[in-house]
Design a protein around this ligand. Structure first.
Ligand SMILES: [Zn+2]
Length: 361
């Protein structure tokens, strides 16, 4: 749903849940990008307060900030969203036009997620090229590069050999049929032959396995160890689903969805355990921001919100988790108009006519 409609619906849903008008402290856990500004302005307008910053780059929730957030309001709202750019002309996800750049050029969005994925993309591309399909003495075979076999390794792409090599058990390989200067040759597994078809093997020479290397054929280990533990959090959120992210049609969209799913679960657990949240009405909602690039002359993106799940907690201890279908139904059942919304222009204008206050030392 469009943010212009989503935020008043969210406000009206909070009213229906019994939150007190004028006593709600909104907070957001968004990425740092300029494209996330418009949703924040709308939250300010409809909830009448600038949202507390609960987020880190990439859409990670700073769960250690629940206490400071809870001190600021009687009732509490937390909105988490990972984000992805979208170009409607081409239907491409993962790019966004930066109006403030010199040539209004497109760049990666979410850039933070994009930079994390790069290392994994390089590893995956190497495997696609260096696992090769070939015929060995008339038999359908695979040539596997030594780098992909080497063990132990602290980090890298690890193959589920059972899916690719006949006679392999899990990650244990059988003796090779033959050895080349840069890798071993093994019989191709029946599983791979069935999936790929005989025609995928060239009559002579070899070809890279390419996109036939499927998500279920490999996984990653990465050392992490960044100075900032929240960088580790984003990367560890993406580590298990990374094979599916890389092999999906829109990797940055898949990655943003995966991050939202993990952050909802992780944040829900931290909220349940937080003593600071006791006695408050709390609405926590997670989803995906799709940032549609602004056209020339427009100031803001047309941001859409895809709800994922919500958690509601009342002062008397009642708790409720809403899955996606139910959440969409609830948001759809309340109106998309909020007559109590702040007139921001008038509020700013009125500040200019306030009495002069001297600051004295
Ligand atoms: Zn971002």
């Amino acid at each position: 749903m469009c943010y212009n409609s989503f935020v008043p619906r969210l406000y009206n849903w909070c009213m229906a849940l019994g939150l007190t008008p004028g006593r709600i402290m909104p907070s957001r856990a968004f990425c740092s990008d300029e494209s996330q500004g418009f949703p924040i302005i709308l939250l300010t307008k409809h909830f009448g307060a600038f949202p507390f910053n609960h987020g880190r780059v990439g859409g990670i929730v700073s769960t250690e900030r629940h206490g400071p957030h809870a001190e600021l309001g009687k009732d509490l709202l937390l909105l988490q969203a990972s984000h992805v750019g979208y170009e409607p002309e081409t239907g491409e996800f993962g790019i966004y036009r930066r109006l403030q750049s010199e040539h209004e050029n497109y760049s990666c969005s979410c850039g933070k997620i994009g930079r994390i994925i790069e290392w994994y993309q390089t590893e995956y591309a190497y495997a696609c090229e260096n696992i090769r399909l070939l015929r060995h003495e008339g038999q359908l075979a695979v040539l596997v590069d030594y780098q992909l076999i080497a063990s132990p390794r602290a980090q890298g792409l690890f193959l589920i050999f059972e899916n690719l090599v006949q006679g392999a058990v899990g990650e244990e390989l059988p003796p090779p049929l033959s050895t080349r200067s840069t890798g071993h040759i093994f019989s191709a597994s029946n599983h791979l032959i069935e999936r790929a078809g005989d025609d995928s093997w060239p009559q002579s020479g070899s070809v890279g396995i390419g996109s036939l290397l499927a998500a279920e054929d490999f996984y990653f280990r990465h050392k992490g160890g960044y100075l900032d533990p929240l960088q580790d959090q984003l990367e560890s959120n993406l580590l298990a689903p990374m094979p599916w992210i890389l092999t999906s049609k829109h990797p940055l969209l898949t990655a943003a969805c995966a991050n939202t799913m993990v952050e909802f679960d992780r944040t829900f657990r931290s909220l349940v355990q937080s003593s600071a949240m006791k006695g408050h009405n709390l609405v926590f909602i997670a989803g995906l921001n799709i940032d549609i690039s602004p056209n020339r002359g427009e100031h803001f993106p047309l941001t859409k919100f895809v709800p994922w799940a919500a958690y509601v907690q009342h002062p008397d201890g009642r708790r409720e988790i809403l899955e996606q279908d139910e959440l969409i139904e609830r948001l759809g059942s309340v109106g998309n108009q909020n007559p109590t919304q702040l007139n921001l222009e008038r509020a700013i204008e009125s500040m200019a006519h306030k009495r002069e206050i001297e600051v004295r030392l």
